[in-house]
Design a protein around this ligand. Structure first.
Ligand code: FES
Length: 339
């Protein structure tokens, strides 16, 4: 993305004022925000200024800052950050924004850019001779599933071919942009499969009533599907009682809450009173070997029982004490010295 600055002083108009209608709209928009939060209206106001003049001028930035009683630098930051604000004059009849992000590029955005270069001009942001058309490459416009696409003003034109884009540009140039239906430019419904529906193809099947309703001849019964019970709690807890319609308006006292609460088990009380470190240490030093026999889980598998019995009767090789262990051979000692 290029550096975004306000346009050259040579082309900046000397002043800016909203039209009467836009001024009334701007005042109403500012009122939508809480007192002291009028800065929040900066984007809608800048956008309105752009809609009015076609681009965001220095004078418009200053005017919006004044209206919102906002530091000029803050308004400038917003105007120069968001790429939807045009900081230079664009085509008066159409400014074509071609998406050049990966999905669109893979589906032919490069060819669409070539069309723009041919029909409008070789450079982005530069208007054609008559000042009616301009173009630029933009990042994803969120219509990737119908790539490639362009945006003109606030409408998107999707599933484009170079030929179709040429027709669209010609229509805007001839002031007939309204005759082009925005959205997919092929025979598909929004982003449904381009080759036609693959599921839910039979409308009758979708709208069919349940068998029971048809046989009973009751047309309304077919639409009365009872709500699912999925996710309904199946507990006998007091909170789920159907008798409880709303939270009790009476606040229980601390003493009442305590008396209604279940007592914590005694052993947990002791555990909870112990300092954390001590608790942790106790848990860590406790191993299977020092677990009392009575606490050992009973083995259920006959194979494991057999293995345990034989282990108890045949003592394994004694582990040699450290001093009796043969000295481990140094790895280095076994290696040949390089000559
Ligand atoms: S990549 Fe082009 S619209 Fe998303």
């Amino acid at each position: 993305m290029s550096v975004r600055r306000l346009a050259d002083e040579a082309i900046q108009p000397s002043g800016f004022a909203f039209t009467r209608e836009n001024k009334a709209w701007a005042k109403e928009t500012i009122k939508k925000y809480p007192k002291g939060r009028q800065y929040s209206a900066v984007i809608p106001l800048l956008m309105r200024a752009q809609d009015q003049d076609g681009w965001v001028t220095r004078a418009a930035v200053e005017h919006v800052a004044e209206m919102l009683d906002m530091p000029l630098i803050r308004v400038l930051e917003v105007a120069t950050f968001y790429t939807q604000f045009q900081l230079e004059p664009v085509g008066t009849k159409a400014h074509v924004q071609v998406c050049g992000t990966t999905p669109c590029m893979l589906r032919g955005a490069g060819d669409l850019i070539d069309v723009c270069k041919k029909k409008i001009g070789p450079e982005p942001f530069k208007t054609n001779g008559a000042g009616t058309l301009s173009w630029e490459e933009v990042e994803c416009q969120g219509a990737c599933v119908n790539a490639p696409m362009v945006m003109i003003f606030k409408d998107t034109y999707e599933d484009l071919t170079p030929e179709r884009l040429e027709e669209i540009i010609d229509a805007f140039e001839a002031d007939k942009g309204d005759s082009i239906e925005p959205g997919p430019q092929v025979d598909r419904y929004t982003s449904a499969p381009a080759s036609g529906f693959t599921t839910l193809t039979d409308e009758n099947a979708i709208l069919k009533q349940p068998q029971s309703a048809q046989s009973a001849g009751d047309e309304t019964a077919g639409t009365m599907i009872p709500p699912s019970r999925a996710g309904k709690p199946k507990t006998g807890a007091m909170e789920t009682s159907k008798a409880v319609k709303s939270p009790s308006p009476v606040k229980a006292s601390g003493a009442d809450e305590k008396s209604a609460s279940a007592e914590a088990p005694k052993e947990n009380d002791t555990q909870a009173d112990r300092p954390a470190e001590e608790t942790e240490q106790t848990e860590r030093t406790r191993t299977h070997s020092d677990r009392p026999k009575s606490e050992e889980p009973e083995l259920r598998s006959p194979q494991l029982k057999k293995a345990k019995a034989s282990k108890e009767t045949q003592p394994g090789p004694e582990t040699p004490v450290e001093s009796e262990r043969p000295a481990a051979k140094s790895r280095r000692g076994t290696q040949k010295k390089p000559r």
